[in-house]
Write a protein that binds this ligand. Sequence first.
Ligand SMILES: Cc1cc2nc3c(=O)[nH]c(=O)nc-3n(C[C@H](O)[C@H](O)[C@H](O)COP(=O)(O)OP(=O)(O)OC[C@H]3O[C@@H](n4cnc5c(N)ncnc54)[C@H](O)[C@@H]3O)c2cc1C
Length: 348
Amino acid sequence: MFPADFAYVHARSLDEALDLLDEAHVAGQEAKLIAGGQSLLPMMKLRLAVPEVLIDIGGLKELRAAGWTAGLGGSFNVLLGALTTYRQLERNRFYSEGHPVDRAGQRGRTGVVPAMTDALAVLADPQVRARGTVGGAVAHGDPAADLPAVLLALGATVIIASRKGRHEETARWPERVHRPMRARSGARPADLPNVGRREVALDDFLQGIYATDLAEDEVITHVRISSPGARGSAYEKFPHPASHLPLAGVCAVLRLRDGRIDGAEVAVTGISPRPYRARETERMLVGAEPTTDSLAAAAAQVTRRPDGSEATLLGDQHASAPYRAHLAEVLARRALAKALARARVNLP
Ligand SMILES: Cc1cc2nc3c(=O)[nH]c(=O)nc-3n(C[C@H](O)[C@H](O)[C@H](O)COP(=O)(O)OP(=O)(O)OC[C@H]3O[C@@H](n4cnc5c(N)ncnc54)[C@H](O)[C@@H]3O)c2cc1C
């Protein structure tokens, strides 16, 4: 399969990428950014995307920075440049440090976000992980994607630049930056000049099947996570056997205090037009005693909204909607059990 003809431009700076987007917009041309190309190129070959201009942002050092700080009680802040690859995340010890030898989470200390390690271990193949980027995974708006589910459960925020900027907010770099991943030349959001900037919660950013809150003239520069803690976290997935994309996937984050669940975030992917937070499940977990029964009861509500209605479910040739819902419940039970075991290991 060959894509339709397109013009290719290599942007040398974020400024230039924004100018190129503006120029294409004014000329009435459909322009697309390309980062790792792992989703866009297949879409172009299938003619599901037919951009006239391809703007390559893969070389922009400004979008490669990544850093983190850890706070008290397991809390942490992370700032990921949009061009951070899956591979960079995999190699970063922030997520994997001290990951237990047995993957059931029964021994030793877990990493700061073991769910991230779980997700990367079952995400695509080494080639895709070497090229695929955080910004691309988020911007693509795939209803069945692994990383957005983990980022959703961590309450991530997307930082977006444009020439105009709908409104400006200053994105703060964690105050003490530990172990920046690789490219040390990357910029903090506040360091990017002449750029309008806005921030939007990932939960609001993801809007539907390949639909996001990203305008034609905008570029994702960073993804930020400010989490109260995720050492008790896990990601479970039922992959499509050919693509490895999740037919269903669930990320669970649990925090314990005085023998009860003090905090719970649960995100589901693959079964609905967009990855979503299972708010009813979360509501049932917070304050509950963590028992097999309480986790199973909460997992059974993973497709329910707090008002009792059912989330919109996807059904297609790969799996029917009821089958996907069943998978999500089973995976939610497993992810919660694993997150609980890890949270217990990590109790202060
Ligand atoms: C064989 C194969 C297997 C896969 N398996 C999985 C899997 O198991 N799980 C999974 O979750 N995913 C899987 N994927 C998909 C892949 O992980 C991601 O969708 C992909 O890596 C996205 O990042 P990218 O940098 O390659 O984006 P690109 O393909 O370059 O771009 C994707 C979209 O995002 C836009 N974009 C990219 N960067 C930005 C930015 N900074 N700002 C604004 N817009 C931007 C582009 O314009 C385009 O619309 C698989 C892909 C392949 C080819």
